[in-house]
Design a protein around this ligand. Sequence first.
Ligand SMILES: Cc1cc2nc3c(=O)[nH]c(=O)nc-3n(C[C@H](O)[C@H](O)[C@H](O)COP(=O)(O)OP(=O)(O)OC[C@H]3O[C@@H](n4cnc5c(N)ncnc54)[C@H](O)[C@@H]3O)c2cc1C
Length: 263
Amino acid sequence: MAISPDKYHQARILDRRDVSQDLCILHVDPGGPFAYRAGQYATLGIERDGVRTERPYSMVSSPYEDALEFFVELVPSGGLTPSLFQLQPGDSLLCRKIAKGRFLIDLRSGRKNHLLICTVTGVAPFVSYVRTIYRDWKNGAAPLPDEHKFFCLQGASRSFEFGYREELERCASEAPWFKYTPTVSRPWEDARWSGETGRVDDLLRKSIEAWGLQPEKTTAYLCGHPKMIENCRGILERARWKREAILEEAYYQVAAQEAGGSA
Ligand SMILES: Cc1cc2nc3c(=O)[nH]c(=O)nc-3n(C[C@H](O)[C@H](O)[C@H](O)COP(=O)(O)OP(=O)(O)OC[C@H]3O[C@@H](n4cnc5c(N)ncnc54)[C@H](O)[C@@H]3O)c2cc1C
């Protein structure tokens, strides 16, 4: 099938950092103008033997950056990620010209606390929020983050999977409007980890209390593993969050045989 230059840029890998065997961070030159807002996603694709395979990926980068940044997990049986993981700097890929998504910072509701909950690569849109707000904060821009506060809870099986822990911890140590708690669900496989343990679902109630978050003042954002999203939505609703105060970005549909495997 011919690739329409109206719809696609020929993007190019600028560099890649392998976080682990199945997690990598890609910097991509979109190959042309690509406007987006923090929290949106790009549609990336590869064409092999006349077959084009495309998938959505949330931008990690802030719209202030030139390159797009993505945090990608390999799904060994997947249609795209095995090919995506073979790409090296200089290699090309397809990028739809239009960014999409409504998983944006909620500035409309009047709620000024933002509770960001994610598993592994689900941190991507949150890093984009934080980088964008940090830049605005440094430049003295309103309305963020004067009154708005951000609280991020990230789960992973082991600590090397967080991807952006150093960056987020650095920001949390500097910015009074940001708190970050990473938690590891398999501490027995991570002997040197001394931080929080358990899944984000396990820590959510405790974190809400520790951070003093109230449902009527807090928008919750859930991103990543669909089972984590389902569990955390239930916890939030039982803690009196209304449905409209819970925003969700599920990265995939949970397979029937996969029971309760969220980090
Ligand atoms: C809005 C949006 C943003 C996304 N952003 C990111 C991102 O920033 N980083 C990222 O890595 N992925 C992201 N995804 C998921 C991504 O689009 C692909 O689904 C994923 O990379 C797998 O692609 P694939 O073609 O290799 O596997 P597929 O052929 O799409 O999937 C094969 C099977 O694996 C399951 N599956 C898909 N992903 C996973 C997973 N991570 N773990 C376990 N099983 C899975 C599917 O349900 C399916 O049953 C996002 C998805 C959405 C909807």
